[in-house]
Design a protein around this ligand. Structure first.
Ligand SMILES: Nc1nc2c(ncn2[C@@H]2O[C@H](COP(=O)(O)OP(=O)(O)O)[C@@H](O)[C@H]2O)c(=O)[nH]1
Ligand SMILES: [Mg+2]
Length: 337
C-alpha cells in the first residue's frame, strides 16, 4: 500500500428540497388558498482540522463525501426539514486544492484552504437552498398560483487533499539511539523549532546542504515514546508529526547499548507506527545503523542484515561523523529524487 499523503475526493453537498404546490382543502370552502411549503436546505459539507485525526486514510478508502438533500415542502404550509451539516474531520496540516468538475480536470495551483489550526473549519461545498412553495406566488391577481420552484443543487466538485509535510525526513527511534546527535552533525543550519502552535512538542527541523545547492530537511520530533520502554506506545503527538514527513529514517542503536536489541527495536517501532496508521509503515524508509564505532555494533549489524536482507541499511557513527557520505548520497538520490 502506498502511503496516503494526497488523495482526490469528490464532494457534493445536499440539494435543496423542492417547494410544494398545494391548496387548502376545507369543508365549505371550495377554493382554499395556496398552502405549499418551502423545501428544506441541503446539507453543507464542512471540513474540520482535528487533532485526533492522524491521516487521510479514511478518505482513501471512501473518497466520496456526500451530504443529504433537504426534504421537500408539503401542504398545509409545512416546510421541508433542512439537512444537517456533514463534518469531515481531517488532520491538522491538510491543504485543499480545487480540481474542477471532472475527475480529469487539472488541479488548481493555489490551495483554497490550509487547515493549520486545531478546530479550524472550512465550508467546502454549500448545500442548495430549498425551493419555494406556491404560497409565495399568491397575489391580488392570482389567487390560485401553481408556481413553485425546485430546490437548488448543492455545490459539488473534485478536490485534492494533501498533508503538508514538515520535513523530507523524519527521525524515528527510541531515546538514546542518537537522533539528536545525528541531526546536529548533518545540519548545516542550526535546527530550528518548527512553529506548530498546536503542540507543546515542537519538532526540530534541520537543513542538510547537499551538492548542487540542494537541501533536505530532517525533523527530530521530541515526545517520542515517553515511556515506550514501559510499553506505553509512541505518543500520539509524535505520530501526528511523523505522518507529515516524506521519508522515515529508523535510527537504531546498533551497538545494543543498555541491553537493547536492534532487531527488536526495529520491529517494535514498525509495529507502533502500524497500529497508529497502517499506511505509515508503507512510507519510504531506511535504517540508520548508528553507533558503529562501538565494537558490539559489528555483530549486531550482521545479524540485522541477515534478518532483513531487503532493507536499505546505512551504517554510521553520528558521534564520530562517520558514514555520513552514504547518508547524503541516499538523501540526494532517493529522498529528493
Ligand atoms: N558511541 C556512540 N555514541 C553515540 C553515537 N551517537 C550518539 N551517541 C550517544 O548516545 C546518547 C544519546 O544520543 P542522543 O543523540 O541524545 O539520542 P536521542 O535520544 O535519540 O536524541 C548520547 O550520549 C550520545 O553521545 C555514536 O555514533 N556512537
Ligand atoms: Mg534527542
Amino acid at each position: 500500500m502506498k502511503f496516503v499523503d494526497e488523495i482526490r475526493v469528490h464532494a457534493k453537498a445536499g440539494d435543496g428540497g423542492n417547494g410544494c404546490c398545494s391548496f387548502r382543502k376545507e369543508k365549505y370552502i371550495p377554493h382554499g388558498g395556496p398552502d405549499g411549503g418551502d423545501g428544506g436546505k441541503g446539507g453543507d459539507i464542512v471540513l474540520v482540522a482535528d487533532h485526533d485525526v492522524a491521516s487521510l486514510v479514511a478518505l482513501f478508502f471512501e473518497p466520496l463525501i456526500r451530504s443529504k438533500r433537504g426534504a421537500h415542502g408539503m401542504g398545509k404550509n409545512k416546510h421541508g426539514r433542512s439537512s444537517k451539516v456533514t463534518y469531515v474531520r481531517v488532520p491538522i496540516g491538510t491543504v485543499v486544492y480545487r480540481a474542477g468538475q471532472d475527475q480529469r480536470d487539472e488541479v488548481e495551483e493555489e490551495p483554497i484552504v490550509d487547515l493549520s489550526e486545531p478546530g479550524q473549519e472550512f465550508l467546502l461545498c454549500k448545500g442548495g437552498d430549498g425551493g419555494k412553495g406556491n404560497t409565495h406566488f399568491k397575489s391580488s391577481t392570482n389567487r390560485v398560483p401553481r408556481q413553485h420552484t425546485k430546490g437548488y443543487s448543492g455545490e459539488e466538485g473534485w478536490f485534492v487533499f494533501e498533508i503538508r509535510t514538515i520535513a523530507d525526513v523524519g527521525l524515528v527511534g527510541y531515546p538514546n539511539a542518537g537522533k539528536s546527535t545525528l541531526l546536529g552533525v548533518v545540519s548545516a543550519a542550526r535546527p530550528k523549532a518548527a512553529a506548530y502552535p498546536f503542540t507543546t512538542l515542537h519538532p526540530l527541523v534541520g537543513v542538510v546542504e547537499l551538492p548542487e545547492y540542494k537541501r533536505a530537511t530532517i525533523a527530530d520530533i521530541p515526545g517520542l515514546i515517553e515511556g515506550a520502554h514501559e510499553n506505553r506506545g509512541l505518543g500520539h503527538e509524535f505520530l501526528r508529526h511523523i505522518v507529515r514527513c516524506k521519508t522515515l529514517f529508523y535510527v537504531l542503536d546498533m551497538a545494543g547499548s543498555e541491553g537493547r536489541s536492534p532487531i527488536d527495536d526495529y520491529q517494535q517501532l514498525r509495529k507502533e507506527l502500524k497500529l497508529y496508521d497502517p499506511t505509515l509503515a508503507a512510507k519510504p524508509a531506511c535504517i540508520i545503523a548508528n553507533k558503529m564505532d562501538l565494537d558490539e555494533a559489528v555483530d549486531h549489524l550482521k545479524a540485522f542484515k541477515q534478518r532483513f536482507p531487503k532493507l536499505k541499511v546505512i551504517p554510521i557513527s553520528a558521534q564520530g561523523s562517520e558514514g555520513l557520505v552514504s547518508l547524503f548520497d541516499y538523501l540526494q538520490k532517493k529522498v529528493l529524487a
